[in-house]
Ligand binder design. Structure first.
Ligand SMILES: Nc1ncnc2c1ncn2[C@@H]1O[C@H](COP(=O)(O)OP(=O)(O)OP(=O)(O)O)[C@@H](O)[C@H]1O
Ligand SMILES: [Mg+2]
Length: 314
């Protein structure tokens, strides 16, 4: 099972849309996909559920909030695998018999989660702080080692909020791969540079913490979240090619050291992508999608599968 964080410090670059579409496309190729909505905005959740259905079916006790409460407030323990559900609206669109698309939904009440997590890490001696930080950073990683979950899914896509707070650090610590959606503009380039710097700092802090170990503390595994690549999304195209005005920004990002860039570029299409969440079915598995857009999403899944070492699972 591969774990992939879909992240960019910059907001509104297409992270959630890409997560939903890639997840559905992989499932329709026969993969067993788990989506985790780690963003308190819950946009990924609302790409599959109406607010009324979320309120009735998920909010009371089938969101990631229940898992956090169980971790931090001593509520009844619950596994993430018990919270995952297949959104009914999309099930009929996953044609492959082995394919599966489940979601661990988010909760709007998680808006203060980062402050809660940050305070749970502070206080005491250096050793206590270090132990608390490790426990918090490893929160998701340890959960995703659950055997039931690893047997059930081939790939986990984590939709992250646009920041580098504690929750996202926990997602990165749990990840094999980091997928970075980006728009073709200057601020996106800056966002990617910051993200990469923060990722390096996180990995090296974690490594430092691994070196010291208090008696009785578990031997934590090493981590190596690698950058799978930048995927350009929401790019204006004409005749299947990015318009002239955005090409310098595509080039700028390709020049960044050590940052692979996906060949597939997802076009801007408000009519398709902005409307799909209302129907609860991602464009990649919807009917009557124009051939050029369907091909882009197909190419994206193909490139993703090859680069992430998932070939042969479908
Ligand atoms: N390829 C696209 N073409 C047109 N509109 C798009 C495309 N991809 C996403 N959008 C729209 O752009 C907006 C932002 O997209 P999305 O929510 O996926 O970004 P995000 O990076 O997850 O945002 P946030 O940082 O708030 O989590 C949404 O309204 C979405 O419907
Ligand atoms: Mg989002």
């Amino acid at each position: 099972m591969k774990v992939v964080s879909v992240i960019n410090i910059k907001g509104g670059v297409g992270k959630t849309t890409l997560t939903a579409n890639l997840g559905a496309e992989l499932a329709s190729r026969g993969m067993r996909v788990l989506l985790i909505d780690l963003d308190p905005q819950a946009s990924l959740t609302f790409s599959f559920y109406t607010i009324d259905d979320w309120d009735a079916l998920l909010a009371p006790n089938l969101t990631i909030q229940r898992w956090f409460d169980a971790q931090n407030n001593g509520h009844d323990p619950v596994r993430l695998s018990e919270l995952a559900r297949a959104p009914a609206g999309v099930e009929g669109s996953i044609k492959h018999p082995n394919g599966r698309l489940d979601l661990v939904a988010s909760h709007l009440g998680l808006i203060n989660i980062d402050t809660r997590l940050a305070s749970s890490m502070s206080g005491g001696t250096f050793d206590q702080v270090r132990a608390n930080v490790m426990k918090t950073y490893r929160m998701l990683a340890d959960e995703l080692r659950d055997r039931t979950l690893r047997r059930k899914y081939d790939v986990v896509l984590i939709d992250c909020a646009p920041n580098f707070n504690v929750l996202n650090k926990a997602a990165l610590v749990a990840s094999d791969w980091v997928l970075i959606p980006a728009k073709a503009d200057h601020l996106s380039t800056l966002g990617i540079e910051y993200l990469i710097k923060h990722l390096k700092d996180l990995t090296s802090d974690y490594k430092q913490f691994l070196r010291v170990r208090s008696p009785g503390e578990p031997q934590y595994p090493r981590i190596s979240p690698e950058i799978l690549g930048v995927v350009f999304s929401m790019v204006p195209k004409r005749l299947d090619l990015p318009i002239q005005a955005v090409r310098p920004f595509l080039e700028e990002i390709k020049q960044l050291q050590g940052v692979p860039v996906f060949e597939t570029i997802i076009r801007q299409s408000t009519a398709l992508f902005a409307a799909a969440p209302r129907d609860g079915v991602p464009v990649s598995v919807a009917t009557s999608v124009p051939a050029d857009v369907a091909k882009e999403l197909d190419d994206l899944a193909e490139e993703f599968t090859n680069n992430a070492g998932l070939k042969g699972i479908e």
